[in-house]
Structures are given as structure tokens and as C-alpha cells.
Write a protein that binds this ligand. Structure first.
Ligand code: NA7
Length: 548
């Protein structure tokens, strides 16, 4: 331990303070213990798990194979866990997180039910002064290094709809779901939103609700999840080659190695949709299903080809959904496939063939207000017993900006980011010494397998702290010019991709939050190339950072 006292009656200055006990904060406990530094992790929830602690809505599950979405830091941990499903559901992932927390006794370094409200860099002591509250108790911590491990999708978006607080039935948000089981039997349920959370939960809620009414503003492109139960033979095969899988993940573009596993997530092929005649396209759609659309080489790069795929997609919706007015309402139009994070589903369109499921097309009627009993639209009143907001998150910057962070000269991070987030490598921000962000804006983060990116960032940050300590360096800070160059590079790589097409209103661009600057936030350069870049920066004496 290397704690030092700032004054007689103040708490010691810790080496490191971490905010968040999701998969990033949990792994940081392991890393920081191995460095032998003093640290605490502060978590506003009552237990570990982050995303999987909060997002307990029915149907919540991983959208990539969970074997890949797991820690790689300990081969014995890999052997100790048996995934039951290819794309595990939230309860299994949370059980895995608990298994990890128990196995390494992580909780003893975490303070739960503790919210961080402000953090100010104290230039005279070169430390961060961090204000927290836990119930009625407020406490200040001081730490040399301050790490925001707060996740990319952790601040729920509550849309500002007139009368929102007047509703008298039960209100839930998918991103803040209650811990106890919610029974929908005999209930009339309303749900606002048609993104990933809605798409996952609608088929499950529809199984028991008396009536489920979906308020959809923008229809999604969603692809079959291809989830399957796993057997011992499959698990045995994976367990025998974890090292090879992890190495491939780290070098890959998206942090994933198992393309084609059990027939899902096939890599993009070489055939072009533009080279196929209509009969061929339809034949392939009939044979391979919707997944065929993602395999054409030109769909992801050429808007005209993409529009051909969109036409086929709409054809598919027309075929699956019985009621043709509902089918029309569910057809996405006016933006390309692949400009938003890919949604995957289990039985989404089929759910609309049930008598108890009603779709309200907000392109035809608008929500006027929420009132005591439900929602009033321009076409009429809809009443429910429960109202669910599946309205997403203030992504990537929401959690960081929810803390009043002030760096050198008292500059507020919110002001530094007023025109969109700026960061060097998504790890550090100029003017905010010794502050690190795990999977911050400007890093592959949400465009990658988050577990791979989380481990990479935590490893890099821990090595950086070890280097500074070993060399008696007290602060590290991104150079403004290096930051500018990186931001420019991030923008340049994202330009001319589907992700930044003007017609796309994704949360990657902050377009889901009224008033948020439209800036593409994650880094599209690929996990492998990005890792190489970060490693080279460290090897070259932390190029682009000022060490003092
Ligand atoms: P998303 O993908 O941001 O979806 C939110 C949905 O809520 C989307 O359909 C929005 O419509 C809708 N929304 C938001 N505000 C309103 C208002 N005011 N009225 C009507 N509809 C509204 O969030 P999710 O939680 O589904 O998924 C987030 C990520 O979590 C996902 O990508 C996975 O990685 C896991 P809009 O499209 O803005 O018209």
C-alpha cells in the first residue's frame, strides 16, 4: 500500500478511485490489486454487474455469443464456467458476474449504494477530490488517479413527454428494471420505443400480457439472433482452445473470433447484391433468411446496394406479418441497414401476429401527452395498467457527464465537451490529468465486443499507472494537439461509412437525445489496429501525453 496523508484529519489520498462496478470496475479490482496500490471502487447500485445489474427486463440477453463476451484474464476462470446458451440471457450473465465476484472476493474493495456527484482536480496536491453520497451520508475521497468505469449505456433516457409524471399506473424503464419478477398476467401494458430493448422484451411480455401496445416512432432492422442451447461437446471444444480464441479476438476488427459459430454471424462474403438479379436475391432470402442480406459485400459500403437489401428486408416483413397495415408500419424506410447498432431478436415480427399485440405507428399519429390512465395521441386515448419506457440511454457521454468533473483551472468537462466529446484514444482528456475513461468516446467500445475492449483498456491503464509509479511521475495528461489529431482521425475513419449517413439518427451520433451535439463517438478503426496503436503509444514513452 502506498497511501499518503494530505493532512492529519483528512482521509488518506488513495492511489486510485474507480467509479462503477460493472465488468470494467470488477476487472480493475483484479488489476489494481496486482499493482499493490491503494484503491476503492464506488458503485451506485447495491451489487456488481453494471449493465446486467440494471437491465433485467424480460428477454434481455447478450447480442453476441457469450463465450466471447467473457473475461480472458484467467484461464482457470474460463475452465470454471459452463455457458448454457450461445447468447446468454441476463440472469445467466449476472450469475457469471457473481461467480467472478465471489471467486476473487471482489466485493471487499467495492463500496455499493454510493453515488459520485463531483470530482475536481486539486492542482496543488495533484489529486482528484471526489464527492460522494450514500443515503444521507456525504463523503469526500481524494485519489491520485480517477477512473470512470461507468459504461457506455448506463444513463437511461426518459423522453420529455408532456404530462409524463401524471400517469398513475406502474412505470418501468427497461434500463432500470425492478429486481423482483414483474407479472404481466391480465395486465394491459404500454411500451414506448422500438429499439433493441423493446425488440427483446416485446415477444416475452406478449406471452402473458392481456394486451401489449407498442408506440413505435422508428421501425428497426432486426436480424434473427440464432441463439441455441450449448452442449458439453461444444463447450469442451471451446474450452480446449480458449487461448487461440482470445488471441484471435484481440487481433480482430470487432473483438470477435467465432464468426460462423453454429451458423450465426457469418462474415461478409464476396458476392455483391448489385450483381444478383431479383430472382437470385429472393432465392437467397428464402434459403438463408434475413442474415443473407448482411453477407453481401456491397451492402455495408454502397448506399444503392444497401437500399436493395432494405427492399428485400421489407419483403420479408410483408411475408412474416399477417396484418398488412401492421407490416407496413413495421417496415423501416429512409435509413440504411447497418447505420445503427445491429438489433437481433427472437420472434419479434411473429409477436405482431398475436391478437393481444397492437402497434401504434407514431409516423401516423403523434403522442400528445401522457395522462393518468395512459397515452393520448393525435388519434385517440390508449389506457394501460403498466407503462414501459424502452427509450434507450444517453449513450457514451451520459454517465461521465452525470458527474460534475472539473479539471485544470476548474474547467468543467461538460464545457470541454460542449460540441461533442473529445478524448485522446478514448482514454484521457486534455486538461484533466490522471483521469481515465474505460471504453470512453474515441475508442472502439460499443462497436466491439465490450469485454475485449474493457480488458484492453484496463490492462493499458494499469500498466500506465505502474509505469508512472515506477518512475516517480505524478501526473499523465493528454496533449491538446494529440487529442485534436486523434479526434480528427476518429471522425475521418467514420466518415463515408453507413454509420455517419445523414439519414441515420443513431445513439452513436448522440442523435437520440434532444440537444446533444451530433458527433460520431466510437472509433471505427477496429479493435486490433486500435490495440496496436495504444501499445505503440505506451512503448514510445506515452507519446501524445505529458508526463510530469
Ligand atoms: P435505443 O436503441 O436507443 O432505442 C430507443 C427507442 O425508444 C427507439 O425506438 C426510439 O425511437 C424510442 N424513443 C425514444 N424517445 C422516444 C419518444 N419520445 N417517443 C417515442 N419513441 C421514443 O435503446 P435500447 O435500450 O432499445 O437499446 C440500446 C442499446 O442497448 C442497444 O443498441 C443494445 O446495444 C443494447 P427513435 O429511434 O429515436 O425514433
Amino acid at each position: 500500500m502506498t497511501e499518503s496523508n494530505s493532512s492529519e484529519n483528512q482521509d488518506p489520498i488513495l492511489d486510485v478511485l474507480v467509479v462503477g462496478a460493472g465488468f470494467s470496475g470488477m476487472y480493475l479490482v483484479q488489476k489494481l490489486r496486482s499493482l499493490g496500490v491503494s484503491f476503492r471502487v464506488l458503485e451506485q447500485g447495491s451489487d456488481i454487474g453494471g449493465t446486467w445489474y440494471w437491465n433485467r427486463y424480460p428477454g434481455a440477453r447478450c447480442d453476441i455469443p457469450t463465450i466471447e463476451y467473457s473475461y480472458s484474464f484467467d484461464p482457470e476462470l474460463e475452465q470454471s464456467w459452463d455457458w448454457q446458451e450461445l447468447m446468454a440471457a441476463q440472469p445467466e450473465i449476472l450469475t457469471y458476474a457473481n461467480h467472478v465476484a465471489d471467486r476473487y472476493d471482489l466485493r471487499r474493495d467495492i463500496e455499493f449504494n454510493t453515488r459520485v456527484s463531483a470530482a475536481t482536480f486539486d492542482e496543488s496536491e495533484a489529486c482528484w477530490r471526489v464527492e460522494t453520497s450514500s443515503g444521507d451520508t456525504c463523503r469526500e475521497y481524494a485519489a491520485r488517479f480517477f477512473i470512470m468505469a461507468t459504461g457506455c449505456l448506463s444513463v437511461p433516457n426518459w423522453p420529455d413527454i408532456d404530462g409524463r409524471n401524471s400517469y398513475e399506473g406502474r412505470v418501468m424503464h427497461t434500463g432500470l428494471w425492478p429486481h423482483e419478477k414483474v407479472d404481466f398476467t391480465g395486465q394491459r401494458v404500454g411500451i414506448i420505443g422500438a429499439g433493441s430493448s423493446a425488440v427483446q422484451s416485446i415477444p416475452v411480455i406478449a406471452e402473458t400480457a392481456e394486451q401489449l401496445t407498442i408506440f413505435q416512432r422508428t421501425p428497426v432492422y432486426t436480424f434473427p439472433a440464432g441463439n441455441q442451447p450449448l452442449d458439453d461437446e461444444f463447450r469442451g471444444d471451446i474450452k480446449s482452445r480458449y487461448a487461440e480464441i482470445r488471441a484471435a479476438q484481440r487481433e480482430s476488427f470487432a473483438g470477435m473470433a467465432l464468426y460462423g459459430v453454429m451458423g450465426r454471424l457469418q462474415e461478409v462474403g464476396t458476392d455483391k447484391i448489385g450483381d444478383c438479379d431479383e430472382a437470385e436475391r429472393l432465392q437467397r432470402l428464402a434459403k438463408e433468411g434475413l442474415t443473407s442480406l448482411r453477407r453481401y459485400a456491397d451492402v455495408g459500403v454502397d448506399l444503392a446496394a444497401n437500399e436493395m437489401a432494405c427492399d428485400l428486408y421489407r419483403q420479408y416483413v410483408r411475408d412474416v406479418v399477417d396484418d398488412q397495415d401492421t407490416a407496413q408500419a413495421l417496415m423501416p424506410r429512409g435509413y440504411p441497414i447497418g447505420c445503427k447498432r445491429q438489433v437481433v431478436d427472437i420472434g419479434y415480427y411473429e409477436a405482431f401476429n398475436q391478437d393481444n399485440v397492437v402497434l401504434v405507428d407514431l409516423r401516423k399519429e403523434q403522442i400528445d401527452s401522457i395522462n393518468k390512465t395512459g397515452i393520448a395521441t393525435s388519434a385517440g386515448q390508449y389506457d394501460f395498467d403498466m407503462l414501459i419506457y424502452a427509450t434507450g440511454f444517453d449513450a457514451m457521454t451520459g454517465a461521465i457527464n452525470s458527474v460534475n468533473i472539473r479539471g485544470r483551472d476548474g474547467e468543467a468537462l461538460k464545457d470541454h465537451w460542449h460540441a461533442g466529446p473529445k478524448s485522446y484514444l478514448g482514454l484521457q482528456i486534455a486538461g484533466f490529468p490522471n483521469l481515465f475513461t474505460v471504453t470512453g468516446p474515441g475508442s472502439p467500445s460499443v462497436l466491439s465486443n465490450m469485454m475485449v475492449s474493457i480488458e484492453q483498456h484496463c490492462d493499458w491503464i494499469a500498466s500506465c499507472i505502474a509505469h508512472l509509479n515506477a518512475n516517480g511521475i505524478s501526473t499523465i495528461e493528454a496533449e491538446p494537439q494529440a487529442q485534436e489529431r486523434w479526434v480528427e482521425h476518429v471522425n475521418q475513419v467514420a466518415s463515408n461509412t453507413m454509420l455517419t449517413t445523414p439519414s441515420c439518427n443513431s445513439w452513436y451520433l448522440g442523435a437520440n437525445i434532444p440537444g446533444k451535439s451530433r458527433v460520431f463517438m466510437p472509433y471505427v478503426g477496429g479493435v486490433g489496429a486500435y490495440r496496436d496503436r495504444c501499445d505503440a503509444v505506451a512503448r514510445n514513452g506515452y507519446e501524445g501525453f505529458v508526463l510530469a
